[in-house]
Write a protein that binds this ligand. Structure first.
Ligand SMILES: Nc1ncnc2c1ncn2[C@@H]1O[C@H](COP(=O)(O)OP(=O)(O)O)[C@@H](O)[C@H]1O
Ligand SMILES: [Mg+2]
Length: 329
């Protein structure tokens, strides 16, 4: 069993898939975790969460008596506190953040308030429920151009537009609101894009900073870039001056703590030319394929993928009984 002997005979269920826009990515994560922990006895069982709509499905999971759930879902329904609430209700320990932290982190509008309160620089932004509420001229006067318009609660770059002209704003807001979300309109921060994984519960530590380098044609870190490996590569450690590197790690830990994350988080930042980090978002269930950002970073810290999966489970079992946000803690 090698690197994860410490889990012993832990009976793990991997809750994966779901029905968000990120379903396929979630399944890829779930299957990678299943393979990585394949030597466990009993072997982990992967459940596709769309099957949870069947009557009695939650009860069947409960009756199975699993020791812990590894949640491999992204976005709506899986990363936003819903599945976490189900696990709380049936008394099943689960990996990653609790209900409140998951819900707040996945909502880019709410998390902005948390970052601001914690003194973590974030792009200036405005939110709108529909294009009718928004005056393109006023938005441009306040935030300038280009702008980013995104759904407050989606992930993986779905529904995001990089706006270069005020006339594009109404359609961009319409698109961002299509799934019933608020549209978040943000000033564009130019600079080097990095992401910083943080590992731990009460005493979290940053892993190596990953610089996200895009192909020539890419305007931003959009879907094509994220999932077509030729369009992207990770530079680890990120090529930043030492003090900036340390500062962005410190801010990622601060975001993890301010949101009340547990287990793992991965915060995305842009570093401006003068070396100031600006946080875009915190992912509470980062991609978990072997070549995803978090596993790549962990590997550079000497933590191979199976061990990373096992450490995440270990942190889940160390969870405090009820959900807690660390505001003011
Ligand atoms: N305010 C911004 N300034 C510059 N680039 C941005 C901004 N917001 C988003 N982006 C670009 O869009 C990508 C996706 O945005 P992000 O907020 O991280 O949402 P997602 O949940 O879809 O990953 C980022 O990785 C970055 O390349
Ligand atoms: Mg992102």
């Amino acid at each position: 069993m090698g690197r994860y002997d410490f889990l012993g005979t832990c009976d793990v269920v991997i809750l994966s898939g779901g029905n968000s826009d990120e379903r396929e990515i979630a399944l890829a994560s779930g299957r990678a975790v299943e393979r990585a922990l394949g030597q466990l006895d009993p072997a982990p069982r992967l459940i596709d969460f769309v099957d949870m709509a069947e009557p009695g499905a939650a009860g069947r999971i409960e009756a199975q008596g699993y020791d812990v759930a590894f949640i491999a879902m992204h976005g709506k329904g899986g990363e936003d506190g819903c599945v976490q609430g189900l696990c709380e209700t049936i008394g099943l320990p689960y990996a990653f953040s609790g209900v409140a932290a998951s819900a707040v982190a996945t909502n880019k509008d709410l998390s902005k308030h948390v970052y601001e309160r914690a003194g973590i620089p974030t792009p200036r932004g405005l939110s709108f429920a529909s294009p009718d509420e928004a005056s393109p001229e006023k938005i441009v006067a306040e935030l300038g151009l280009p702008l980013f318009v995104k759904p407050s609660c989606n992930g993986s770059s779905y529904g995001i537009t990089r706006v270069t002209d005020a006339s594009q704003i109404p359609a961009a807001i319409e698109l961002a609101c299509a799934g019933g979300d608020l549209a978040l309109v943000e000033e564009c921060i130019e600079g080097t894009e990095v992401t910083v994984p943080v590992l731990g519960n009460d005493d979290p530590e940053a892993l190596p900073v990953v610089e996200v380098v895009m192909g020539e044609g890419a305007e931003f870190y959009d879907l094509k870039v994220k999932y077509e490996p030729s369009e992207l590569h990770h530079v680890i450690p990120a090529r930043l001056p030492e003090d900036v590197y340390a500062r962005v790690q410190e801010l990622a830990v601060a975001a993890h703590v301010a949101l009340g994350c547990r287990g793992v988080s991965r915060s995305d930042f842009i570093i401006t030319a003068d070396g100031s980090p600006c946080i875009l978002e915190t992912n509470t269930i980062p991609g978990m394929t072997e070549t995803s950002l978090l596993p790549d970073s962990a590997r550079h810290a000497g933590i191979e993928f199976p061990e990373l999966c096992a450490r995440i489970i270990e942190l889940a079992l160390d969870r405090v009984p009820s959900d807690s946000t660390a505001e003011g803690a």
